[in-house]
Every structure is written in structure tokens, then in C-alpha cells.
Design a protein around this ligand. Sequence first.
Ligand code: ADP
Length: 360
Amino acid sequence: MLNSEEIKKQLTQVLNPLTGKSILDENRVEEILLENEELKIVYRRDGIDREHKKKLENEILNTLKAHISEDKILLKSISEKIDSNINKNQKQNNPAAHSTIPPKKKIPGVKNVIAVGSGKGGVGKSTVTVNLAMELKNQGLKVGIIDADIYGPSIPMALGKMGAQPLANDDNKMLPLEAHGVKFISFGLFIDKESPVIWRGPMLGKVLNQFFFDVVWGELDVLLIDLPPGTGDVQLSMVQKIQTDGAVIVSTPQDLAFLDARRALEMFKKMELPIIGLVENMSSFICDSCDKEHFIFGHSKLKSVCEELSLPFLGKIPMDGMVASSGDSGTPIMAPNSSARAVVRDSITGIVNSLKNDLK
Ligand code: ADP
């Protein structure tokens, strides 16, 4: 294994695809951390769009793969705008924040772990998770979902599997349930609807650990994690325990929802979880009688806020009665046999196409 100076030397060969200059000459490399045979490189991404970010990261991996196996390399990008605030907060609140993060584990067999979060409840985060999963699957990927929304686990209902029970194999590992070609596990499978459990502290941590490491996921291209709204124990556990590739944040167009979403963004950044992008849900209203799209909240402000924060805007989804009813009926709008409007399906396909740029 190389030492950090030798790694630095290797990185002089890695060029910013936009400028042709070495990332070291551009002072982009913030941190090189070698721990337990794993290498973590934190670099500044400012000014590099997603397409070029991918090229750059591939180049880093290609340059280093002769020395370190790819699955032992963790790349983290940071960018100036939000991070400058976070670093300020971190220094004030926790001067040793960097050195206290324990090593994170990879979920076996899973290529990409993507968290789906929101600032507050009811913005359609679970609906978006299920339909992104369905569309990724429609496009030929192997997909799973961990429904970690402890306050309102709705994935079993959205996938038509209310009351189903996961089985265990001979090694006492849990077998995920499967619906419409997507594998999933959910807190909702372990609670009685009438008397909800309050998931707290050690019990919450234990169940999450089982979801991450004791479920036989097999080979997955993407594992989506439907987080509870806001910023709490589940988010903390997730970023501390597993290597998560990034987060998608769902927000509605109202400013208030986005203010909450900003808080979630800050927290993910603080935990060094890259934000893949934002999705605006219920951005307009599609009327059943006239089939027209009405912009009842005005035109999206989220896109300009994303520009302000240098965050990718992944797309928007209209409010449509069929989306709501599909959530209750167990056939998501992106299921092959659904009869959803083309405009809704196209919006989700567009979001998935953007998201795929970030997949390994
Ligand atoms: P969250 O996970 O953020 O709490 P849900 O996904 O459970 O939110 O959605 C809340 C409610 O809004 C559900 O009844 C869902 O069917 C409905 N919903 C979500 N997105 C849309 C949409 N685009 N159009 C219409 N209804 C929607």
C-alpha cells in the first residue's frame, strides 16, 4: 500500500477534464486518509459538473487501481458554498469532528447506496423512492429499497405487500420481499399498524444494522434508502455505519418545505454525504377533468435555489390524483402495468436519467 505522499504523487497525473490541469495544481485535494487498508480522498468539486465529476473520479480510480483495489477507495467531493458554512459550524461545535468518524462498511453486493431524504414529512419522499426504484428497474438495473422511515413506513403499501412477512434463510439472514421486480425491507413489516412501536436508541440501531448487513440482498446495482423526514438518529446511524454514495432530497415548491430541506442539506453536507440533487414533487397540478397542468404554486423556485447552492436539480413531478391512488393500490405509477399519464411517467424517467449519471 502506498503512503499518502506517494498517493499525492500519483494524483499529480489526474487532470481536471475541464481545464486539463492536474487536480493537485488546482489545490483540489483536501484530504488523503489511509485507515484499515482503505483510502479516502476528499477533493473540491467546485466548477465541475456531474458529467465531468464522473470522468474525474474514474481517472482517479484508474490511476490508483494498480496500487489499491477499487473497492477500498472512497472518493468524497465537497464544494465551497455550503461547506464553508458547515466547516465554520463544525469548528465551533466540534473541533475534532474529522477524527471521530468511525470507518464505514460497504453493504455486500451493492454497487450504489443512495439515500432519499426530505426536510419534512408528506412531501412525497416515499412515493418518489418507489417510483425511482421502479424506473431504475425498468431500465434494466437490479434495485432494492430499505424503508427506514420509522414514522410512516409506507413502502409495503405502495408495493402492494401490506402484511407480508420476510423469511429467513438457514444462516438466519433475512430474505427481502420482492414486488414488481424490486426487493425491499421495511420497518413497516415489523410493527402492528394499530399500535406503532417507538423506535429509539439501541433497538433502532440494531434493526438498522440488520437491514444493512443481515439481509440477503444478492447483487444490486442500486439500493435506495427511504429516510425519515428531517435529520435524526436514522440519518446519523446510516452515515456512520455504511458507505453511502449520496442523497437525493425531495421537496415541494413551497418555500417553507424548502427551508426545511435546506436544513437537511446542511446536515448531509456536515456528514460528508454528497448531495446528488433535488427533486421537486407536486410542482404543478394536473386536473382530472381538463388534463391540463396548472402551476398553482407559481413556477419553480427550487431550480434557482439549486443554482444558488451549486446543487444539481434532477427534475420535477406534477401533483396528479393517479399518483396518490397508485400509492394506495400497490401498483406504483412507474410499474409496467400502470396507466399513469405520460407527463408524469416522463418526468420520473427524466429524473432517473439524471440520477444515472451519478451511478458507478
Ligand atoms: P413522505 O414520504 O414525504 O411522507 P409520501 O410519499 O408518503 O410522503 O406522500 C404523501 C402523500 O402524498 C401520499 O398520499 C402520496 O400518495 C401523495 N403524493 C405524493 N406525491 C404525489 C404526487 N406527485 N401527486 C399526488 N399525490 C402525491
